[in-house]
Design a protein around this ligand. Structure first.
Ligand code: ZN
Length: 401
C-alpha cells in the first residue's frame, strides 16, 4: 500500500466528529487528537514551526528552496460530519470490478443506487464497513497536503517556493473559519482541498441565509373557538404554501436556488419553522427573503396584529463575487489539472465551503477535489487514484508559482 493511502487510512481511524450543539471551540476536544498527531508528524518532517493553537487550528510554513513572488496556502478540515465517526474501519478494494460492494450484512454500495461507481471500474476504492462514515471529507485533503510535505522532505533536490498549510476544526458545524487567523497565515491566496470529484474546481458557492419563523397563536376550547382561535400550526402551513413550491431542494439543481424547510414544530398556541435559503445570485436571495417577509406581512394584515415574525441571519456569501476579480487563482488550478491529464471543470457548489468565508475575510480561496464521494454517511468512499492526483495537483501548483 502506498504511503499516501496508509496516511489517509490512519487519519480516518481517528474520531474527529464535531458537534453542532457544543458551545466550545473546538466543538469537540477529540479533534485535538488528530491535530496533535499532525503537528508531531510535521515536526518529524523537519517543519519545526508547526503548531496547534487553543482553538485547534494547525498552522505550518514550509520553507522553500527557491524564491516566488506569491505565497500560496493549502487548507483542509479535520472534523467529520454528523454521522457516526467512531470506530471507522476503512477497507481497500483494489481493481474495482463494477459490481456491488457489500459493506456489511445490511448495507451495500450498488451501481444502481450510485451510478458514479461506473466511472471507477479498474480503480482502487476505499470504503467503510457500513457502520460509520469514512471521513474522506476531509481527511483526503489532509492526507494530500501532508504527503506533499513528506515528498519534498524525501526529495530535497526538487525546488519549491515557501508555502503555508492550515488544518481547521469544526467545518461541518459551520465554524471552520471562526478563529482562522488570515493575517498571520499571510498568504496571497489559498485552496481548500475539500471537494469531491477530482476534476472539479469550485470558485462559486451559494449565498446563504437562515430564517426562523415564529407564529403566535391563540388557544381556546375548539367548541367555543369561532372567531377567537388562532391556530399557529395552520397559519404556519399557510405560510409554507405561500412560498414557490418549485423552489425546494428536491426540485432544483445547477444555479437554481431554494427554500429548504428544515424543521416544523407546532401546536395551536405556537409554531416554529426553520428554513435555510440559498441562491448563487445575491439579488435573488434578497428577493426570496422579501417574499417570505411579504407572506408574513399579509398574514399579519389579515389578522390585524403581528402573529408571525421572521428572524433572518446571513450565513455566507458566494465567493465568486471576489474571485471573479482574481481569475488567475482558479485558472492556475485548472491548468495544472489539465497538465495532469484531468479534464478540469468549473462547477458552482450547491453549498458553501470554508473558502467562501476565507475569501470574504481577505484570503481568496477556491475549492479543489480530493476524490471522495457520498460524503456524510456510510456510503462514503474514496477513489485512490483521484486522491493521488490531488496530491500531485498541489505539487504542480507549487511548480508554477
Ligand atoms: Zn468537507
Amino acid at each position: 500500500m502506498n504511503r499516501l493511502i496508509e496516511r489517509f487510512i490512519a487519519y480516518c481511524k481517528i474520531d474527529t466528529q464535531s458537534d453542532e450543539k457544543s458551545l466550545t471551540s473546538p466543538s469537540t476536544m477529540k479533534q485535538f487528537d488528530l491535530a496533535r498527531l499532525l503537528v508531531d508528524q510535521l515536526h518529524d518532517l523537519g517543519i519545526d514551526n508547526a503548531y496547534v493553537d487553543d482553538h485547534c487550528y494547525v498552522y505550518a510554513t514550509i520553507e522553500g528552496t527557491r524564491p516566488s513572488s506569491k505565497m500560496v496556502g493549502f487548507i483542509a478540515h479535520m472534523d467529520t460530519a454528523d454521522f457516526n465517526g467512531h470506530g471507522v474501519s476503512p477497507r481497500l478494494i483494489t481493481n474495482y470490478d463494477g459490481g456491488s460492494i457489500i459493506l456489511n450484512d445490511e448495507y451495500s454500495l450498488t451501481p444502481e443506487e450510485f451510478p458514479n461507481l461506473a466511472d471507477h471500474i479498474g480503480k482502487d476504492l476505499i470504503v467503510t464497513d457500513g457502520t460509520t462514515l469514512l471521513g474522506a471529507d476531509d481527511k483526503a485533503g489532509i492526507a494530500a497536503i501532508m504527503e506533499t510535505i513528506a515528498y519534498y522532505h524525501d526529495h530535497p533536490e526538487i525546488a519549491h517556493p515557501t508555502f503555508k498549510i492550515a488544518f481547521t476544526p469544526d467545518e461541518e458545524v459551520g465554524r471552520g473559519t471562526a478563529y482562522f487567523d488570515v493575517e498571520k497565515f499571510g498568504c496571497d491566496f489559498a485552496y481548500t482541498l475539500d471537494g469531491g470529484e477530482i476534476w472539479e474546481v469550485c470558485d462559486e458557492t451559494f449565498n446563504a441565509a437562515s430564517v426562523e419563523v415564529t407564529v403566535h397563536g391563540f388557544s381556546i376550547h375548539p367548541g367555543s373557538a369561532k372567531d377567537k382561535m388562532i391556530n399557529a400550526s395552520n397559519i404556519a402551513i399557510d405560510f409554507v404554501n405561500m412560498l414557490d413550491p418549485v423552489k425546494r431542494p428536491e426540485h432544483t439543481s445547477g444555479y437554481e436556488g431554494f427554500y429548504h424547510l428544515l424543521s416544523f414544530n407546532g401546536d395551536v398556541e405556537k409554531a416554529s419553522l426553520s428554513f435555510i435559503i440559498r441562491d448563487h445570485d445575491e439579488d435573488k436571495l434578497e428577493k426570496m427573503i422579501q417574499m417570505m417577509q411579504k407572506g408574513a406581512d399579509y398574514i399579519n394584515l389579515l389578522h390585524d396584529k403581528k402573529i408571525i415574525e421572521l428572524k433572518v441571519d446571513y450565513q455566507y456569501k458566494n465567493m465568486r463575487k471576489i474571485l471573479k476579480d482574481h481569475p488567475y487563482i482558479t485558472k492556475l488550478a485548472m491548468d495544472c489539472l489539465q497538465e495532469l491529464g484531468v479534464e478540469a471543470k468549473k462547477i458552482p457548489t450547491r453549498g458553501g465551503t470554508d473558502g467562501a468565508n476565507l475569501t470574504f475575510m481577505g484570503l481568496p480561496c477556491p475549492n479543489l477535489g480530493t476524490g471522495g464521494y457520498n460524503y456524510h454517511g456510510r456510503y462514503e468512499y474514496l477513489v485512490v487514484q483521484e486522491l493521488m492526483i490531488a496530491q500531485q495537483l498541489i505539487v504542480k501548483i507549487l511548480e508554477k508559482i
